[in-house]
Every structure is written in structure tokens, then in C-alpha cells.
Design a protein around this ligand. Structure first.
Ligand SMILES: *Cc1c(COP(=O)(O)O)cnc(C)c1O
Length: 480
């Protein structure tokens, strides 16, 4: 069994094994004709259950053959131009290379004595990101597992900086389109059930600062404590960007922590043409960025940045065996002092390789391309009488619904759209997402693949219309 350990003696076997695996994936990618096979959980579950985990195959090739059946054949492929579903990006090759390197070396970024250069690389990338945001000299941050964790950590810092320890009195203000991790974080942080104040959005799905001001005023009047304002730079559903400069003004006026959730919109930090959409982000106290959304990085790759690095000490705990107090005086850089995690992946290496091979403009222009595509997609939808489209996109999301020519009840329109989404998924020809707008069922394209074309969008819209019409046709038959 020692032959399976990666070390000096097995270097050649490592090379062969990984190369064989890469070969399989490369073949699979080259042969993939649609984003999904359409397999159902009921079809796939017995295949996975049939594998006897106590009977190893003993051999890489055999395990890879099996992997074709249990995973690769039916996976959902984000690189396919007709994958238009959730906020998943196709990944860039330099980042995938970084992934292979980081798992083989297996550094752990909690302490210097488990990572050395890895720690310094992560710190450079944090500084690079903070500089792009404009957070100033005292800024700092740390890589996290994702936007959910980044938001949690930012709100933890905000809670500790708040001017009360009475958790019941703390309030967080975020738009009705903010990510559910804000609510989840509030619960995890021990805040009361009323803690998150949902601020209405305008028709472009951006927070209305008029209502934010009114809520802050009410909070003060009622003797409650404004703990944080969460501005979303790229809402998950619409890609809308809250008015950051106005929110920054209000945060200052009420001495409140301003957190910008740029999990989606962070790609603009590298955009050669659209960086101005994030103007005002430089006034944030903390920022969430998800490189695994708009920097074309493999999951996971995310970070939380803060204006004042000293605030990260709210996450600092010392353990004699790991990061004893003396290491601070000895100025040993232990990233665990800033993180909610202990053992932690060297995800930063993927971004490092990406920037070293492609450069920031290279990544940013890929994101620009999908934003351009969304603008074109909006025109296609707006000109198509079969569809109702909401919100002209700021980023790369389109939310729309099929509307039949014949008069039908709103419930039937909802059902037709839901049916179309499910039927499309079952066919595997394309994957789209869905959401609700004013209680009604809508469909959604999240465009993150520069390989997707306007023709793909048009073709998928035809497929959706076909499924929706089929549903309505069958339903009419059933009713009569
Ligand atoms: C995706 C997303 C998150 C959560 O990020 P994960 O990486 O999925 O944990 C938070 N906020 C916004 C606005 C998002 O789009």
C-alpha cells in the first residue's frame, strides 16, 4: 500500500496516474455535446450504491473506468456554452494547473511552518485585491471557502466592533435581494430573529437608499444599534449593484460598518472597461470577493478583505501547539490568526497562476465579454414577443419568463415556465436557472461563459418556448 503514498520513490507513478486522469477528463471535455446527460437521482443512485467500498479495485485505470460511470458521464459541465444555470464559471487552465500543484504539495495555510511561501503568496494576493478595491494602507484579509464564509466573517467583525454587547438590539440592513448568507450569519452570530432589516429595491433591483435612511432613522429612534449595512455588488438573482457611494454616506453618518458583498461583482475589479461600476466600494469596512464566480477559478476560491487589518484580531485565538502568543512578537506570519478555519487549502495559488499567466486584464476581459453578451441577450429577449424580461443587466444575468399568446391564468404561466425549466434540464440540452419575481415564476440565464454566443441564447429560448407550449397544449387538452 505504500506505493500509493506520494513521495520521492513514487514520483513516476504519480506522473502516470495523474496524467491518465487528466487524459480521461480531457477526452470527456472534448466529447461533451451538451451540458448534462439528463440523468435523474433515481437512475444514478443505484449505480453509486452498487459500488462496494470495501472491495478496492487496486488499480488506477479500473477506478477511472468506474469513475466514468459514477460521475464523469453524468456530471453537469459548466464549460459547455449552453450551461446557463447558476453562478458557476468555466475555469481557466492556469488555475486548474494551480489546483493540481496545491493538492500535490498540500500546504496548509494556517501557519507559516506548514506553508512558508504559500503564506506570502496568499498575502500578496490579498494586498493585490485590497489595492484594486482601494481599501488603503491598513487593509488586510484572508482567503475563505466561499462567499458564505466571507460574509459570516465580515459580520462577525462588525458585531465585535458594534457599540453594544446586547445582541437583541443589533440590526443589519441589507436589500431584499441580498444573499441568504446574511440571514444565516445573523443567526449563527446569535442575533435576534428581527436582526436583518430588509430594505426595498427599486425596479432595477438596487437598494433604495431612501428606505435605508428611513430604517436607520427608525433604528436610532427605537434605541436599537445599527451593526452593519450590507451592500450587494452583484445580486445573485439580477446582478444588480446597490448604490455604493450613497450607502457609504449613510454608513458614515450612522457610524455603521459597511460591508460590500461583491461575491459576484468582484470580476469588475479586473475589468478593463467596467471598474467604475464598483465606485464607492473603496469606502467599505469589509468586502467579500468570490474568485470562483467571476475570476474563472475552480471552487473554492474566495476572500474577505477589511479596511482595518487590526479588526481581524476578533478571529484570533492562540493554541500552544499551533500559534502561541510568542509567534506574534517573533513576527511569524500565521494566517490562522485571521481565519475562521484552521487547516486551510492554498486556494490562492490558483489565482496566482492565473495572474502570472494571463494577467488581470486577461481575466477581466473575459468577464467583460459575458457582460457584453448579457446586454445582447437582453435585446434579444426584449424584442421577442414570447418573453417578458425584467431588469436591464449591469452584470451578466438575465431574468425572463415565457408568456403565451393565448390568455392564460397567471398560475398556468408559472407552471409552464417551471415545466420548461425542468424539461430542458431533463433533456440535458441546456441548463437554465429559475427564480421568483413579485411571487411569479421566472427563468434565469447566468452568463459566465465567454464561449456562449447570441445564437446559443436564441436557440435556448426556442427550446424553452417549445417546452412551455407543449405544456400549455397538453394542459388545454386535459382541461377540455
Ligand atoms: C454566491 C453568493 C454568495 C455565497 O457565496 P458562496 O461562495 O456560494 O458561499 C454570497 N453573496 C452573493 C451575492 C452571492 O452571489
Amino acid at each position: 500500500m505504500r506505493s500509493h503514498l506520494l513521495n520521492d520513490a513514487t514520483a513516476e507513478s504519480y506522473r502516470l496516474s495523474v496524467t491518465e486522469g487528466v487524459d480521461r477528463v480531457a477526452n470527456r471535455l472534448a466529447r461533451t455535446r451538451q451540458p448534462f446527460s439528463g440523468v435523474t437521482p433515481d437512475e444514478l443512485a443505484p449505480v453509486i450504491s452498487a459500488v462496494d467500498l470495501d472491495q478496492p479495485l487496486g488499480d488506477t485505470s479500473a477506478a477511472l473506468d468506474e469513475l466514468e460511470q459514477v460521475y464523469l458521464r453524468d456530471a453537469v459541465y459548466f464549460h459547455h456554452p449552453r450551461y446557463l444555470g447558476h453562478l458557476n464559471c468555466p475555469v481557466v487552465i492556469p488555475a486548474v494547473l494551480g489546483e493540481a500543484v496545491l493538492s500535490a504539495v498540500n500546504s496548509s495555510l494556517d501557519t507559516w511552518d506548514q506553508s512558508a511561501g504559500g503564506t506570502l503568496i496568499e498575502r500578496r494576493l490579498i494586498d493585490w485585491t485590497a489595492q484594486r478595491i482601494g481599501l488603503g494602507e491598513a487593509a488586510d484579509g484572508v482567503f475563505t471557502s466561499g462567499g458564505t464564509q466571507s460574509n459570516l466573517q465580515a459580520l462577525l467583525l462588525a458585531r465585535q466592533e458594534a457599540k453594544t454587547t446586547d445582541l437583541e438590539r443589533l440590526r443589519i440592513f441589507s436589500s431584499e435581494c441580498s444573499h441568504f448568507s446574511v440571514q444565516k450569519s445573523a443567526t449563527l452570530l446569535g442575533l435576534g430573529p428581527e436582526a436583518v432589516v430588509s430594505v426595498p429595491v427599486d425596479r432595477d433591483k438596487r437598494m433604495q437608499t431612501f428606505f435605508l435612511a428611513a430604517e436607520l432613522e427608525r433604528c436610532a429612534r427605537e434605541g436599537l444599534v445599527p451593526m452593519a449595512i450590507v451592500a450587494t455588488a452583484g445580486t445573485t438573482d439580477f446582478g444588480s449593484i446597490d448604490p455604493l457611494p450613497e450607502i457609504a454616506e449613510l454608513a458614515q453618518q450612522y457610524s455603521t460598518w459597511m460591508h460590500v458583498d461583491a461575491a459576484y461583482g468582484c470580476g469588475l475589479l479586473a475589468s478593463p472597461t467596467r471598474r467604475h461600476l464598483l465606485d464607492g466600494i473603496e469606502r467599505a469596512d469589509s468586502v467579500t470577493v468570490d474568485y470562483h464566480k467571476s475570476f474563472f477559478q475552480p471552487v473554492s476560491s474566495s476572500a474577505v478583505l477589511v479596511r482595518d487589518g487590526a479588526t481581524l484580531s476578533h478571529a484570533t485565538y492562540h493554541a500552544d501547539y499551533l500559534n502561541p502568543r510568542r509567534t506574534i512578537e517573533e513576527r511569524i506570519p500565521n494566517q490562522v490568526d485571521k481565519s475562521l478555519q484552521t487547516t486551510r487549502r492554498f486556494d490562492a495559488l490558483k489565482l496566482w497562476m492565473t495572474l502570472r499567466v494571463m494577467g488581470a486584464d486577461g481575466v477581466g476581459s473575459l468577464f467583460d465579454e459575458v457582460c457584453d453578451l448579457a446586454a445582447t441577450g437582453w435585446e434579444i429577449l426584449a424584442a421577442d414577443p414570447r418573453y417578458d424580461v425584467v431588469v436591464q443587466p449591469q452584470l451578466s444575468t438575465l431574468v425572463y419568463r415565457y408568456i403565451p399568446e393565448a390568455v392564460t391564468s397567471p398560475t398556468e404561466i408559472d407552471r409552464a415556465n417551471l415545466y420548461a425549466r425542468k424539461a430542458l434540464f431533463a433533456s440535458g440540452e441546456a441548463v437554465v436557472a429559475g427564480t421568483k419575481v413579485n411571487g411569479r415564476q421566472y427563468l434565469k440565464f447566468t452568463l459566465l461563459n465567454p464561449e456562449t454566443t447570441a445564437d446559443d441564447i436564441a436557440a435556448v429560448l426556442d427550446l424553452i418556448a417549445g417546452h412551455a407550449e407543449q405544456y400549455l397544449g397538453e394542459n388545454l387538452v386535459r382541461v377540455s
